[in-house]
Structure formats: structure tokens, C-alpha cells
Design a binder for this molecule. Structure first.
Ligand code: FMN
Length: 332
């Protein structure tokens, strides 16, 4: 099937910077696109909803001006995320703005709906839908999505529990369209590993939370830098859906991260605090197990350059090993 033209264009790195509730806005998205990776934000971050059109204007104009001023630069396209859940009462309004702006890539999460896919296809856009298992991947494609974002174990925010190797293999048995892999990818070697596993792109979230351009408070940025995988807590308490959060932020709200009560999907209201006073995402900070690879606070351009250097080194190392190990020789 190959990649649709919007995903087939040259990028600095095969990375889509994922949407981050409350944390990604125009500053972050512009910096991501202008560093040559696909940038994105949840439509819900533009508050009030009348701001969404202004944000899209700002990103489009800035990217166009940057491309004009830097003819050799790679400027990547951007994506808008729609939370397709009944608690999102802006869905229709935001879809109209997306269609008006002909947003090239729409990322749908927490629900797959044919009419959303049809609306995006009406102007030539594509839809990538995020899933946590092969069954949901089938449903997404049956309902008309163009590509799949496989959210494996260890991802920041709402996350699955399956191994990325298992998930990608099962999907690739029947789907040869655009496939993105996410879950604890915060190093250039891991970007290469995602491609080696069979994905077309790595989908990276937490690594961007600590960048200068992210709309995250300094304490959150620092906690990302200071934390490692064992400080990530998987709980459904805060939104009704299982997700990964920074242990330190749970403790700071007076909760015991080792004894959190269970919630359930009926409690789900994107951004709610479940049965706690703390507000998910605002007070309880989401992050994936890849935080151990994030050693310092950087600008987006520096982070992308670091990932790129690691990715190139990893590619060279692996190629060297393949050649040295004689695996290219026919079996005797
Ligand atoms: C703080 C935070 C907020 C997130 N908000 C959203 C969101 O609004 N919509 C969405 O589709 N995914 C959201 N995600 C999930 C990411 O899009 C992505 O799946 C995840 O960050 C990838 O794993 P990683 O963080 O380990 O790189 C969020 C993740 C984090 C850490």
C-alpha cells in the first residue's frame, strides 16, 4: 500500500511528535515541524474553542514563513488530535474548523467514527487512529482510518499493556498501510528499533514534555529529567482509563502511588480527576517509561538533533554488525 503523500515527504527523522493534553500548543508544534518532525496538538488544548482557528493560522503561517526564509530546511506537516469521546462536547465545532483549514493529518483517539474519517477525507486529509491491541486496529481500519498508531506498553498518558514486538507483528500480518509505534521511545536507537520492528514512524510524546517550547510547568519538566522507568505508575484512577503517570506528582497530591484505588471507564471524562481532588494532567503528570533516556532540558531543535545523531549512530552500528556477522551469506 505504501505511504500517502503527506507521510511520504522527507523528514529530519521518521518521528511524529504526539499530541499532549494541556502541554502542546502552537509554540511546540511550530518548533517540531520546523525541526523536521511531524508536530501535533489536541484540538481541546485551544481554549476557548474559538482559539482553534487562530492556532491553526499561526502554525500554518509560521511554517510557511520559515520554509520561505530557509529554502533548504525540512518543514514537516502537522496534525490535530480529536478526542472522539462523548465527554468531548466540542467535537463537531472542532471538526468544522479542521475541515475549513484542511488540516493534513488528523489523529483520533478514544473512539473511531466513520463520519470523522469521511469529513477528513472530503478535503484530502488522512486519519491516523490510536489503538492498544490488534482488535481495535481492525475496527479502526474497518471504520475508515488510513493508518494506525500502535500504543504499546510503557507509553505516556493513556497506554496499553502489550509488547511493541507482539503488537506490530500482529498488525503487520494484515495491514501494510501507515503504522506508527509508540511507547517509551525517547532515544534515537529506539526510533530505529520501531522501524526495525515494522513500523513506519516512531510516535514520541514524553521526550517533548521537557522541551523549552512545551506548555509544562518547570517542576514537571525537571521531574521528567530526574525520573526513570521505575517511577512511572500505571493507574486508571485519574481518568477511568489506564495510563502512565509520574510517581512524584502523585505523591505531591498526598496520594499513595502503591495503593491507588481502581476506577472504571464510566468515570471517564477527559481531564477529570477521577475520585480524587487532583486534576489529571494538570496536577497528576503523565509520562511514559522512556523518561530514563531524557537527561536534560533541551529546545525542540536540540532534542531532534540528539535523536537524529543517536539514530544515525545506531544505524551504522547495526549495519556494521550485519556485515561482520556474515548473516548476508546464504545459509549452507
Ligand atoms: C502528558 C500527556 C498527555 C497526553 N495527551 C494526549 C492527548 O491529548 N491525546 C492523545 O491522543 N494522546 C495523548 N497522550 C499520549 C501520546 O499521544 C502518546 O501516545 C504517548 O505520549 C507516547 O508514549 P511516550 O510518552 O512514552 O513517548 C498524552 C501523553 C502524555 C504523556
Amino acid at each position: 500500500m505504501g505511504l500517502p503523500p503527506v507521510l511520504a515527504q522527507r523528514l529530519s527523522l521518521p518521528v511524529v511528535a504526539s499530541p499532549l493534553f494541556l502541554c502542546s500548543g502552537p509554540e511546540l508544534v511550530k518548533a517540531e515541524c520546523q525541526a523536521g518532525v511531524i508536530g501535533s496538538f489536541p484540538a481541546l488544548n485551544a481554549r476557548p474553542s474559538s482559539l482553534l482557528g487562530d492556532w491553526l493560522d499561526e502554525i500554518e503561517e509560521s511554517n510557511a514563513a520559515y520554509a520561505l526564509a530557509n529554502p533548504g530546511a525540512i518543514v514537516a506537516p502537522f496534525a490535530v488530535n480529536q478526542i472522539v469521546h462523548r465527554s468531548n462536547d466540542r467535537l463537531e465545532h472542532d471538526m468544522n474548523v479542521i475541515v475549513e483549514h484542511k488540516v493534513p493529518i488528523v489523529i483520533t483517539s478514544l473512539g473511531a467514527r466513520p463520519e470523522i474519517n469521511d469529513a477528513v477525507h472530503s478535503y484530502g486529509g488522512i486519519v491516523l487512529h490510536d489503538i492498544i491491541n490488534n482488535e481495535f486496529a481492525h475496527k479502526a481500519i474497518d471504520k475508515g482510518a488510513d493508518g494506525i498508531i500502535a500504543v504499546a506498553a510503557g507509553a505516556g498518558g493513556h497506554a496499553g499493556t502489550q509488547s511493541p514486538f507482539a503488537l506490530v507483528r500482529e498488525i503487520r500480518e494484515w495491514f501494510d498501510g501507515p503504522l506508527l509505534l509508540s511507547g517509551a521511545i525517547a532515544h534515537g536507537r529506539s526510533v530505529l528499533a520501531a522501524l526495525a520492528a515494522g513500523a513506519d514512524f516512531a510516535y514520541v510524546g514524553s521526550a517533548f514534555l521537557s522541551t523549552d517550547e512545551a506548555n509544562t510547568v518547570p517542576e514537571y519538566k525537571q521531574m521528567i529529567v530526574d525520573s526513570s522507568a521505575s517511577e512511572i505508575v500505571y493507574s486508571n484512577l485519574f481518568t477511568g482509563v489506564h495510563g502512565n503517570y509520574l510517581r512524584g506528582s502523585i505523591v505531591a497530591q498526598g496520594l499513595d502511588p502503591d495503593n491507588l484505588p481502581e476506577s472504571d471507564a464510566s468515570a471517564m471524562n477527559f481531564g477529570s480527576g477521577g475520585n480524587t481532588d487532583a486534576k489529571a494532567w494538570k496536577d497528576i503528570w503523565g509520562a511514559g517509561q522512556g523518561v530514563g533516556s531524557i537527561k536534560e532540558r533541551l529546545t525542540v531543535a536540540q532534542l531532534v538533533q540528539t535523536l537524529k545523531t543517536q539514530y544515525v549512530e545506531a544505524s551504522q552500528d547495526l549495519l556494521g554488525r550485519v556485515l561482520a556477522d556474515d548473516v548476508l551469506e546464504p545459509a549452507h
